[in-house]
Write a protein that binds this ligand. Structure first.
Ligand SMILES: Cc1cc2nc3c(=O)[nH]c(=O)nc-3n(C[C@H](O)[C@H](O)[C@H](O)COP(=O)(O)OP(=O)(O)OC[C@H]3O[C@@H](n4cnc5c(N)ncnc54)[C@H](O)[C@@H]3O)c2cc1C
Length: 369
């Protein structure tokens, strides 16, 4: 007998979704979270966009969990009356040379089963968004926004209702493999060591770091980490758009786009700034120049002084600036050979959208033990 049947490390949106799914699958779940609240890290520092699933290589894990996760998420939010809005988004090409990038997105969307994406010519785009300048655009009606904190509270509530529990201020300080499971050191104010049968390592930026402390874990399955900060600037003044507006994507992000949150606040970002650690969260106001230039390519009327430095999030990258973006990793025993352990690695965007689908795969991988 173990003290804990199933330990989920990390109470971000993905950890909470996994914990809920495991509790509903009749596992006894404990969530250990280092911070003093749930969802204070990457899950609190993103665009809160429900992505349609149109950007990712067809057949990739990202494409599959995004499309499936988006469908599941809308149903979940609707059934519970949680704040969200399927507002749709425009992806705009501001010159003819950007059209091939939109064609690639259209092809990927169709191959991933997203049938709703459609072309808009310049006139149609202007009719929908009079302030936006473009040559041609794609309309993604399945894209939306969600109040991610309301979602996380709901996931936690359902996990607890199914018997799960949450320990805040409880960093996992060490762990060792045992004959059948793990021995885990829980830190914080009341440190203790417990035997644990199965573990979901959903520690976001901390996930690869934790693996480096697990004696005997095959080093070839510990990815190299990089950090790509995404800065946001908020818009002062009137909301200029009724849809989200995205430029064509760049190498490590989706481009400096406009999102409108559930409170009607417009923000632009995230850009891509490679940084050395995951705590570098201050937005440098000097970056505004780049934001004005990027935004004015599709919104020329943006006035001087309308942008104010807002917040930043750090993408948990598994690739460097010159390397191609890899897929999500949900590494279970079938990958690394350690029974009872699932590692969630590189869960950057669209991790929020995909959380319910990722959670199901975690349950499957632990059940296949
Ligand atoms: C700039 C930006 C924009 C994004 N925009 C979107 C978007 O619009 N749509 C979308 O779908 N996705 C988006 N994402 C991705 C999404 O935010 C993430 O995929 C998601 O939040 C990841 O959740 P998580 O639970 O894996 O990680 P986190 O939210 O980082 O949670 C990990 C948790 O583990 C805890 N932890 C770490 N180490 C330990 C330890 N040793 N012991 C105990 N606890 C520990 C941390 O405190 C943290 O609470 C964006 C990401 C970024 C950075």
């Amino acid at each position: 007998m173990h003290d804990i049947d199933c330990l989920v490390i990390g109470a971000g949106v993905v950890g909470l979704a996994a914990a809920r799914a495991l509790a509903l699958a009749c596992r006894e779940v404990v969530i250990a979270e280092a911070a003093e609240g749930i969802g204070t890290q990457t899950s609190a520092r993103n665009s809160e966009v429900i992505h349609a699933g149109i950007y990712y290589p067809p057949g990739s894990l990202k494409a599959r969990v995004c499309v499936e996760g988006r469908k599941r998420l809308y149903v979940y939010l609707r059934e519970r009356g949680l704040p969200h809005k399927a507002c749709g988004k425009l992806i705009v090409a501001t010159s003819a040379s950007q059209k091939p990038a939109l064609e690639t997105i259209m092809a990927r969307a169709q191959a991933s089963g997203v049938e709703t994406l459609r072309w808009l010519d310049a006139g149609e785009a202007k009719a929908m968004e009079p302030e936006v300048r473009c040559e041609i655009a794609l309309l993604s009606p399945d894209t939306g926004v969600v109040d991610s904190h309301a979602l996380m509270l709901s996931l936690l509530g359902e996990c607890e209702a199914a018997g799960g529990s949450l320990a805040l201020n409880t960093p996992i300080a060490g762990w060792r493999r045992e004959a059948d499971g793990f021995s885990v050191d829980f830190g914080g104010e009341d440190p203790a060591t417990y035997s644990v049968k199965t573990i979901v390592n959903s520690a976001g930026h901390g996930a690869p770091r934790l693996l480096r402390t697990l004696d005997g874990f095959p080093p070839e399955h510990i990815p190299k980490q990089s950090f790509a900060k995404g800065n946001y600037f908020a818009l002062l003044g009137k909301q200029p758009f009724s849809h989200l507006v995205y430029p064509v994507p760049e190498a490590a992000g989706l481009g400096i786009h406009a999102t409108i949150d559930m409170g009607g606040r417009v923000k632009f970002g995230p850009d891509v700034e490679w940084v050395d650690d995951d705590q570098d969260l201050v937005v440098d106001p000097q970056r505004a120049d780049k934001f004005y230039a990027a935004i004015r390519t599709y919104w020329p009327a943006l006035s001087d002084g309308a942008l104010v430095a807002d917040y930043a999030g750090i993408r948990p990258k598994l690739h460097g600036p010159t390397e191609p973006m890899p897929d999500f990793r949900i590494d279970g025993p079938e990958v690394h050979g350690v029974a009872g352990l699932v590692n969630l690695l590189g869960i950057e965007s669209p991790g929020l959208t995909s959380s319910l689908a990722i959670a199901d795969l975690v349950v499957e991988r632990l059940a296949a033990r």
